[in-house]
Write a protein that binds this ligand. Sequence first.
Ligand code: ADP
Ligand code: ASP
Ligand code: MG
Length: 424
Amino acid sequence: MARIVMKFGGTSVADLDRIKNVARHVKREVDAGHEVAVVVSAMSGKTNELVGWVQNTPKVVGASSPFYDAREYDAIVASGEQVTSGLLAIALQAMDVNARSWQGWQIPIRTDNAHGAARILEIDGSEMIKRMGEGQVAVIAGFQGLGPDNRIATLGRGGSDTSAVAIAAAVKADRCDIYTDVDGVYTTDPRIVPQARRLKKIAFEEMLEMASLGAKVLQVRSVELAMVHKVRTFVRSSFEDPDAPGMGDFLNPPGTLICDEEEIVEQEVVTGIAYAKDEAQISLRRLADRPGVSAAIFGPLAENHINVDMIVQNISEDGSKTDMTFTVPSGDVEKAIKVLGEHKDSIGYDVVQNEAGLVKVSVIGIGMRSHAGVAATAFKALADKGINIKAITTSEIKISILIDGPYAELAVRTLHSCYGLDKN
Ligand code: ADP
Ligand code: ASP
Ligand code: MG
């Protein structure tokens, strides 16, 4: 007997039939004698709809500012998960499984005060552990917790993954199963590259890079928590027959295991390709080449919560003027230009230029640490397809390349095949 946390994403609970199917997955594990906690997302599309309502309200009421209270945003968008937690509890009860729903505040899942993108600080798992010991299944609304101001706080888009891993750590679960609409983590998004291969295992560090660089199959924070708390996390499909052979295999469930790199025997040089759309590039032309200029640019941007990613600075020929180019999410361009304009005098640049609609494609693999030539292979493959590179950043285990938006899919497919990742 073990303790398992099972998480079901939006498409897995998209309607009552899907919820019934989820209940069958849960019942399978309960019938096998395991203690089970379940974390659910909102029905697919629901959170987008709720966010849309929030964003439109100031316009509709004719408010002078498009901004709104982030605490009310949370009160509204957290409601999707409340519905699915209750519905799944009812579906389980109808199958004679002892179950009840839990909202974040009832556990409680304590978060910080960053409404809309809160971080989990602490979870009291004692009551859940006690009840699981008595045979009750906890059906927990994902994506939400309780802030220090005693109000609902949400964890950022895709945050139910993080709820699940954090709960698994809090109740010391033997396993955390993330059920979704694909049957594991692939070498790249299988919806873009049908030749993508499912990985049996992927190292925490690689999954962290894949998630941060755009593979939305897991929220970044969930991978960090799994890595820190050593939560045995599997990504698997809810779309398979819950009672198909092997589905209840405890040691070797179908799907992808996120694990320590030591557990991976055959490490490839490149593990996967990720991509992130909607990047924008901002260039400051003819900056003074002097100490403090970077601080003068990036300090105010950080204070305004603008997330800067790739940074490229030219070396000036005569030590006087240089250019600085960096990327931000497309949605932040206007704000960034405004902030830069406000600090024009202290920064000291000539003109600012920007270009939105760019894409960042990334090659990820722990094996890169000990292999030369990985970047050169990518550059050659992209050049052969006529894809222009606008910026490059690298770390020990990844290479990120900024390109024009319309080339995204071609670039992902090209990189995927140039490292031999296509399935035969
Ligand atoms: P859920 O609603 O279950 O949380 P998401 O839509 O958030 O599901 O994440 C699953 C999706 O992630 C898949 O449908 C797939 O298109 C996408 N995805 C992107 N990159 C990968 C990858 N490398 N492996 C698997 N899925 C990926
Ligand atoms: N429902 C939330 C979202 O769509 C959380 C999640 O699905 O993980 O972002
Ligand atoms: Mg998700």
